[in-house]
Design a binder for this molecule. Structure first.
Ligand code: PAF
Length: 272
């Protein structure tokens, strides 16, 4: 990272886009935003083992470094790609640290993926300390992750602004994700169903209770054999606590996790 020292001496600003590779348009939109707001952008590509709760999911995670490097080269010369090995990051002990996320990690993804957010916190803290970026960019598809990283950066007093960026979607509405590569062509096309369900939930939000909407979503999924619902939750955007009674001054989001072709997909949508 000595190159970054030179950049700092020139008073250049640095943006960081942490990724696990298998880059898609969603990642590229983060990189482009980072390039607009900083002189140099570091893109890390690292499939972080400690954030996977299932060995099989880690093994099947798509990897395509050559393609990723070509894609980034086409975007700008002002990108530095950081591709550490598992050994460089963790040495012999592939273990995460324990964080106190004030309950943000106890719901939704935290409930279904044990240890996931400690793994994310560990790697993101390490990258923020190594690169010392002015700003770091994360997609809102992983909205719970974004809130948790904000919390971690604030509690560790890391001098970096955490920027959330809107979800990029495929033509049929599926939120872009590296995991989409593992879906069959038919499922990928049909997976707009997930976003359509979120949009319909949003339409109901003005007049129906969170409970009724969740029941309606469950029924909708029962009738569609291509997708298996893991959870649907309407929650407070800041605290991530499930909505019981609607409060006027609170921002709510609908969060969803679904399996399709054995691949786990997540999405979310702001409701008000
Ligand atoms: O969102 C991801 O791709 C990962 O969780 C991240 C932030 C790069 C940490 O490994």
């Amino acid at each position: 990272m000595s190159f970054l020292g030179e950049e700092r001496k020139k008073n250049h600003t640095i943006g960081l886009v942490p990724t696990m590779g298998a880059l898609h348009e969603g990642h590229i939109s983060l990189v482009k935003k980072a390039l607009l707001e900083n002189d140099k952008v570091v893109v890390s590509i690292f499939v972080n083992p400690t954030q996977f709760d299932k060995k099989d999911d880690l093994e099947k995670y798509p990897r395509n470094l050559d393609r990723d490097l070509t894609l980034l080269e086409l975007v700008s010369e002002n990108i530095l790609v950081f591709v550490p090995s598992v050994d460089e990051i963790y040495g012999e002990h592939i273990k995460s640290q324990s964080y106190e996320f004030n309950g943000l990690d106890k719901v939704m993804e935290g409930e279904f993926r044990e240890g996931h957010f400690n793994g994310v916190g560990t790697i993101v803290e390490l990258f923020l300390r190594t690169v010392s970026p002015d700003k770091a960019y994360f997609g809102e598809k992983d909205f719970q992750q974004l809130q948790i990283i904000r919390k971690m950066a604030a509690s560790k007093k890391l001098p970096c602004e955490i920027i959330g960026c809107p979800i990029e979607r495929e033509p049929h509405g599926l939120a872009m994700s590296s995991r989409n590569e593992r879906l069959s062509k038919t499922t990928r096309k049909e997976a707009g169903f997930i976003y359509e369900t979120l949009q319909a939930a949003k339409a109901k939000f003005g007049t129906e209770s969170a409970r009724n909407i969740a029941d309606w979503v469950k029924e909708k999924f029962k009738k569609n054999p291509l997708f298996q619902l893991e959870y649907f939750q309407i929650a407070d955007e800041d605290t991530l606590t499930p909505m019981l009674k609607k409060q006027n001054d609170t921002k709510y989001r609908a969060f969803i996790a679904v399996y399709a072709d054995g691949v786990r997909l997540i999405d979310n949508l702001r409701l008000n």
